[in-house]
Design a protein around this ligand. Sequence first.
Ligand code: CFM
Length: 554
Amino acid sequence: MAMAADDNPTKEFKLDNQDPEKVKARLLTKYPPKVARKRAKQIVVNRIDPDGKVPVISSNVRTVPGLIGQRGCCYAGCKGVVLGPTRDIVNITHGPIGCGFYSWLTRRNQTDPDSSADGHNFMPYCFSTDMQDEEIIFGGEKKLKQAIQEAYDNFKPKAIAVFSTCPVGLIGDDVHAVCREMKTKLGINIFGFSCEGYKGVSQSAGHHIANNGIFKHVVGLDDTIKEGKYRINLLGEYNIGGDAFEIERLFERCGVTLVATYSGNSSIDAFANSHTADLNLIMCHRSINYVAEMMQTKFGVPWIKVNFIGAAATAKSLRKIAQYFDEKELTDKVEAVIAAEMPAVEAACTAVRPRTEGKRAMLFVGGSRAHHYQELFAELGMMTLSAGYEFGHRDDYEGRKVLPDIKVDADSRNIEELDITPDPERFNPRISGAKKEELEAKGLRFGEYNGMMPDMSEGSMVIDDLCQYETDQLVKIFKPDIFCAGIKEKYAVQKHGIPLKQLHSYDYGGPYAGFKGAVNFYNEIDRMVSSRVWRYIRAPWQKHPELSATYAWE
Ligand code: CFM
């Protein structure tokens, strides 16, 4: 018998029936057997061995057609995510206009043009070849050349990058040949990306392609060692809602010199010079670990994982930088900054905690935030019931120790792995083996990321590539106090009477990184979970069950 979709799931699923194994079984029962077998490997109940081992989770695999997923495409990962936030490269989308339009600042990545001497900032522009039938049939290389020439004539940029969309690969335009030709003709750096939307299984493929391209065409072009002590790069921070500005503020207070950020508030000159830094910090492991690994192999720059989401995590990350450079001057300064910043953070947290304590959150975002934001919720006394990535790989869930066990499938094999070797002149291991061992003995870990699952509680549900049907079910069964995801999920979840915080674009808010960001986040979450408005919501399907997407299935 059909059950009305608005029926309170607690009628059927009493509180003790929020048992994660039973919930998992319930999610799977509605799928055809083949789909259920596949999803069963991507829906995992978290268990942690005494030795820190977590269960295996299947990830970075194709989405089953018909399931409404959260993912984006390869082009989105390359152009939208990794290269998009760089203000002084003219980024031309070679393709139909929609691809360029929908990757145009929708991510709320900010920049500060005043920090470049020439003031170049092309981010407010949407550059596209606007492919039409004619190019699809007769080829688009001519139009691409014209577009590059026009961009050059109008803006005189230092660099132009070209991003391929699906039809470019289908009709066989050689964007790389066009870029080489125009580079010679115009005398500026011009390079292309074969990041057609259909490549790989998600935007993760686009990250990899972007990392390869930037490493091949830009990193290492400028060897000048610029002034500054404690010279670092921040990798995988994209300045959404101004996050990078807050982190930069802290570095400045601590006396740490930021050579380049990949790629929030960034410029191409900073990338070209970034191999001269003495340490790479990785924020978002998924989108940028390739650059870190390649820079280590070619130039000898070591990397450590950091997280500036959460006040405690921020303090810990600043201390890691001090630990690495191991000089009293820096250590003292870092401690002084933490001591000066924390009282305001603690006061804000104490003020909201009576209202947030014990509340329950779910986080389904990209490839790193579903992990990082659990820190902020923990500071608010909130529990993460369930979390997952859209496109994370097993190492983002289980930790990099599983890298040797990851099976390379046909989809990943399609994405080029660059063969990088130490640079004969410029390779310079920044610290000696003995020093590295000494620092490791003190707890500093190089090249290590432990992933999300070891930080999650026993019995929490970890779900990869969540789909709309599962979202509806989770929300009905658990009734979390807040659900974190993106714009595609926002209104469907809110119709259930559950507030949704966008952790991609931050809705209209931010920054949420660093100490000031933590305060912003506490206040925002307090406002959202304490609001009484949600309990008055009556979704259309509560009056008319036949409007529910899952009506026929119930
Ligand atoms: Fe890294 Fe990102 Fe993320 Fe990401 Fe993204 Fe993003 Fe994200 Mo949206 S680079 S993996 S591809 S932290 S755009 S700034 S919020 S899905 S969790």
